[in-house]
Structure formats: C-alpha cells, structure tokens
Ligand binder design. Sequence first.
Ligand code: ATP
Length: 252
Amino acid sequence: MSGAIDRAAVSVRAVSKAYGGVPAVDGISFELAPGSFVALVGPSGCGKSSLLEIMAGIRGADRGEVVVGGRRVDRPIRSVGVMFQEDTTLPWRTVYRNVAFPLEASRRDRHEIAAKVEAALRMVDLWEHRTMHPAALSGGMRQRVSLARVLATDPSVLLLDEPFGALDEQLRLRLGLEVQRICREQGRTAVLITHSIQEAVLLADRVLVLSGRPATVVQDLEVPLPDHRSADQLGDPRVAQVVAKVWASLAY
Ligand SMILES: Nc1ncnc2c1ncn2[C@@H]1O[C@H](COP(=O)(O)OP(=O)(O)OP(=O)(O)O)[C@@H](O)[C@H]1O
C-alpha cells in the first residue's frame, strides 16, 4: 500500500455494482484527500446514489472496495455520516431530541450528548428552535435538523445525496454554502451528489463527472476558487470555465 493511499480520507477502489446483471457502477476508483469537498455529477440514473450508498456501507459492491480511515467499509460505520434528500426527522421528537437520537442509540454519556447536540444545533442556527417539533418547521429547517443530527455524530466523512434537492434554488444554494463552510471549518471530508452543475462548482474544490450508466469517472476537475465560498462567485469567470468543462465532459 503506497503512502498516498494511506493518507486518503476515502479510497474507492475498482468498485462495480450491477442490478439484475445490468451494470450500474463500472470499476470506479478515486481517492479523496482529507478535508476535501468533492461533488459528484452525472446524468440522471447513471449510478451516483448506488456509488454513495456503497461508500456509506448501506449497499454492498459486487467487486472492489471502499476504505475509510484505513478500514474497509462493509457496513455503516460511525466515521461516515450520510444525509439524503428525504425528510428523515422524527415527527414525535423535538428538534433537540431528533439531534440527540443517534447519540442516545450509541449509549454515550448524558453530558457528552448534551454538549454535542448543543454544538450541532448552534452550528446550523437552530438552537433557538430546539423545543419545536418538525411539523412546525419549514422544509429547509427540517433539513438543517437532519444536518445537525449527522454533524452531532462527528463523522470524518459526510456523504450528501442531494440533501437540499427538494428545496427552492435560493435556499438550496444557501444551505449548500452553509454545509461547505461547516465542513471546511471542521476539517470534514464531504461528497455531494447534485444535479446542479453550478452548485457543484460553487461548493466543491473538486468535481468528479460520471458517465451515463454504467457510471465511470470521465472527468476529474479542480475548482480554482478560494476556500471561502459565496453566491457572489456565481459570476466569477473561473466558475464559468469549470461549468463549461463539466458540460463538455457530460456530452462524452
Ligand atoms: N435496487 C435496485 N434494483 C434494480 N435497479 C436499481 C436499484 N437501484 C438502482 N437501480 C438502477 O440503477 C441505476 C442507477 O441508479 P442510481 O439511483 O444509483 O442512479 P443516480 O445516478 O443516483 O440517479 P438519479 O440521478 O436519477 O438520482 C438506475 O438505472 C436505477 O434504476
């Protein structure tokens, strides 16, 4: 095993997956540097979610392996957090108790849970709403509860499958920028699946473009923007250049 592989936060090695004999993911390999924010884009149905679920240990690969922090992922592990588009808040629990839920399940110390929940809720600006139930919150706030819940578990790798895809464009971008800032500040490695190429380029420091089914990596692009991202950069010519390159490789 080379030093470069040892240092990667995530190694995806020759991962393949087929459904009913029809390939969905075809020998994908890449490595993610610790603290990097990587966007996965590709045509609808190409296999992005399948790949992310394999990385999360939710789905098994037919061939290949995913290694996180030196450990082969063959089931969900604590150091990898996942967030989906669907609202996964528990309606009968308050905001606070939603965020505490996975920590209670892992039987941590009461004071440790309280500290982690408070930090996560403050991070997503929901501390003032901690006694409310999800039904009283907007869709965007509910997704922030889900984000706080995953952050409270302190994952080194965050896998995001269109987490704000059901929200309007403005809110989606604002929350995306919030996640990017949090990951950057806390040194977490993130993988974001998005259908918006502009969003991918604005948030990520690297964009992996996947081909149509079965998914293979057709392009691996660096985004030459500073770490601090803002919506103002949508007009930055460097964003336009990478967006154009993504479009060109999607035509592949
Ligand atoms: N459990 C399953 N059984 C059979 N086929 C599946 C299953 N899960 C996914 N597929 C198929 O595998 C292909 C890849 O699906 P996947 O959801 O990974 O793609 P995706 O790129 O995330 O799609 P989208 O962009 O539309 O969300 C699709 O053609 C899908 O229909």
